[in-house]
Design a protein around this ligand. Sequence first.
Ligand code: GLU
Length: 474
Amino acid sequence: MSVVTRFAPSPTGMLHLGGARTALFNWLYARHHGGTFRLRLEDTDRKRSTPEAIAAIVNGLTWLGLEWDGEIVRQSERRQRHAEVAHELLAAGGAYRCYCTPEELETMRAEARAAGLAALYDGRWRDRDPAEAPPGIDPVIRFRAPQEGETTISDLVQRDITIDNTALDDMVLLRADGTPTYMLSVVVDDHDMGITHAIRGDDHLTNAFRQTQLFRALGWEPPAYAHIPLIHGSDGAKLSKRHGAVAVGAYAELGILPAAMRNALLRLGWSHGDDEIIDTAQAIAWFDLDAVNRGAARFDMEKLQSLNGHYIRESADSVLLIDLEQRLAARHPAAATDEGRRRIAALLPEAKARAKTLVELADNLAFLFRDPRDAMTPKAHRLLNGLSLETQAHLGALAYMLEELAEWDEAELERFVRAFAEGEGIGLGKIAQPLRAALTGSHASPGIFAVMVALGREETVARLNAVGILASGR
Ligand code: GLU
């Protein structure tokens, strides 16, 4: 039997981390078993389902690289089929019409609550003759749920869980207006789509019992269920905005790479020994449900960032360049020119070793496109203002020679500046620190020689001049 999984979000908000992890696990499970991964939008709640939410899901999955197989199924377009199934079950005696008024149901619930019982429907129309139906009431169709015995689900994560059938009442399948309920729709869709494994959040665990009963009443086999634990923040509390971004889309903006996000989501509740860095090919090869933990998983932003640093270092420069050019050009249009791209590319190999996000990487490279005097750190400022006359003279002489230097590459610049410092009997730092401050506006930056190459000779000399380091021959 070929594996068919599905991600079945209700498009009522953003794609959050929990949903993304559910999608990832279904995708990995399908890919691991050479099966199929389907996407089904559970958009039956017309008021709450929005085009924006659908776009967030589609874009989020696409960004994450979790491509689905076949067409997207929209649950709302299958209403007719859902209703047909309810009517078939009705004809076969597995469901019945219930003519309770809303007031009657309310009284029933209030009485149950007063008696300290669960507010279940008491089955009063289960065996009653429809001829007794009060006039003017449109009936709902309820499932004739088994009242005796037990229902067991063999959950692939939570193991066997059994409930007494008296704990569940006869749920509504079709509302009085003929629209199908969520519970009916899920069962019919899972069946019709040939879903073999339903991997989802454990907030759906109780639904699994009702769905299993309905599957059986319809003569169908339920999928294997795998209910995965909730995600908590690093402090152990249920994940919320307080722990940082919850929407997947926000991580793209923060400069997280999809590969890092996949790795971090994978580690939320799934483990393979002590491995932290697990790339997608490895994840597909290893993923199975027996290694899903039963306890709540903890999401840790710092861990995500450190994974992201790894994936940035592993990324090809050509891939990073496209992203960086866009990020930088939003603030500095010059970044999107040939010269801009050349500058970024020149410094990228070094800069990418030290950034944890693409935002940080772009920030670290922004000096390539702005006047350092506009964003001088206080330390760099103090340094340049406090230069001794002697250092000023050294820098002036150096600037003069730089203008004349035959080659403008990193090795040559390093050799030359070192030789100059040695010749003057001063440490390299005496020269390199003010150079760095003048060229970048900061005291901490990539290697000074790489910076000079990235800026080019003309810009280097212009920046030195701009802070009063004027070429002077001796
Ligand atoms: N639509 C449900 C949700 O978004 C998922 C239902 C399911 O996976 O069975 O939580």
